[in-house]
Ligand binder design. Structure first.
Ligand SMILES: [Zn+2]
Length: 296
């Protein structure tokens, strides 16, 4: 029996959308027809989630093995390139030495990049291996937001590719908001349910790859706006961001595999690819949303 309520907007008519979830036998994907988000069914319990967190490094290794079949690049290189894109897009928010708290800081790739511009920085990551790396780099690092000293406030709180992992997002954001300075900004990057490979192309192979156990939700713009408001915050700005370009999409449509295609990339490099991405971003059909919020 599928869940009879959307955990994000409480609408009572979610419908079955996709029958498989990568690395999670027995789960399916439901789509909320009211807020347009996707969520896994059944959702994991908090205890299952904590167990999952401690094994996250193994999970990432399995995902890396899957992706490495299709690209000569290492998974670490792909992650690093993705952080570089984020840094270029968002560095304007880290000028003039703001204090920064990053939740889900992984190995500190983003914090390293803003180190010169930012003020004091603190990291949270539930994966023990990542925490070791962060601490070896000299960052103050905690496992969970509940471990942060009470009373500390930050000018920027960053959640990059993080919210979609959180099982109970509204209390999580409400509590996190208490760590935000009065004029501070919470900056989120989330996968969007309006990803063109789903919303425009309905690509079956992509769906089998995309929906995975570590992402209980894929948010729509409508759902994230609602969630931010219910958490006592205001949206300052939503930026439509398309990370993957034409060659990546054509490769999914052509062969149903990830990581793009070098020949197609060279054929459509430069203006063609830029214009394609620009068209998607200006129409809101993007794989990613940047969400900038502040306290209400
Ligand atoms: Zn909903």
């Amino acid at each position: 029996m599928p869940a009879n309520q959307c955990p994000l907007c409480n609408d009572t008519s979610p419908t079955p959308y996709w029958t498989t979830v990568w690395n999670a036998p027995g789960k399916q994907v439901l789509r909320c027809t009211s807020c347009d988000s996707f969520f896994l069914d059944p959702l994991e319990t908090e205890d299952e989630q904590r167990k999952f967190d401690t094994e996250y490094d193994h999970y990432i290794q399995a995902r890396s093995d899957l992706v490495s079949k299709y690209t000569p690049q290492t998974f670490d290189t792909l992650v690093d390139e993705s952080i570089e894109v984020r840094f270029r897009d968002l560095k304007q928010f880290f000028e003039n030495h703001p204090s920064v708290l990053e939740i889900g800081a992984e190995k500190g790739g983003f914090l390293d990049r803003i180190a010169d511009a930012a003020g004091p920085t603190v990291a949270v990551d539930s994966c023990p291996e990542y925490r070791d790396v962060l601490q070896n780099k000299g960052y103050r690092a905690y496992a969970y937001t509940g471990d942060l000293p009470t009373g500390e406030i930050y000018d920027r709180i960053c959640l990059f590719s993080l919210l979609e992992h959180i099982h109970n997002p509204q209390p999580f954001l409400s509590q996190l908001k208490d760590y935000l300075a009065p004029s501070g900004l919470m900056i989120l990057e989330i996968p969007s349910s309006n990803d063109p490979l789903i919303s425009l192309y309905n690509n079956q192979a992509f769906k089998s790859f995309y929906f995975q156990a570590m992402h209980p939700y894929v948010y729509s713009e409508k759902a994230i706006r609602m969630l931010i408001a219910r958490s006592g915050m205001l949206i300052e700005q939503i930026i439509y961001k398309q990370r993957y370009g034409l060659a990546n999409h054509l490769q999914w449509l052509k062969d149903g595999i990830p990581c793009g295609n070098a020949f197609l990339a060279s054929l459509f490099a430069g203006r063609t690819d830029l214009e394609y991405i620009k068209s998607l971003e200006s129409s809101g059909y993007t794989d990613t949303l940047y969400v900038i919020a502040r306290k209400a």
